[in-house]
Design a protein around this ligand. Sequence first.
Ligand code: AMP
Length: 127
Amino acid sequence: MTESDPSETLFERIIAREIPADIVHETDTTLAFRDISPQAATHVLVVPKTRYRNVGELAAADPALLADVIATAHRVAELDGLTDSGYRVVFNTGADAGQTVFHVHAHVLGGEQLGQFGRYAGGPDAG
Ligand code: AMP
């Protein structure tokens, strides 16, 4: 076990209600709560209650649970009134994508016009 691979992450502690979170929706298999540092008017994280490090591991081990995560993401969009205006679902995976918590989570973003995404704005090609 390394520091970047702790046996317990922040999100297990939120699922266990050991750390407070602004929970917006819960199912038998998933939990959705608002991101503490929102990057859009709606920014909600959806986690499976069972821990996998990233979306690839989740897809390989339990595709039905991945479908539950996506269904909960859509439900969050419905609850926040985003289904007509649109929303984005993002799984950051690994260092280049900026993943910081190694319990797979979907970011649900919307509620305003979102920016483009892709290359790091401060990267070597930045003007
Ligand atoms: P990622 O960078 O894709 O691993 O996303 C981790 C996300 O967790 C970031 O957007 C953080 O703002 C968010 N985050 C960190 N701590 C908390 C917390 N206590 N409650 C809610 N969101 C959090």
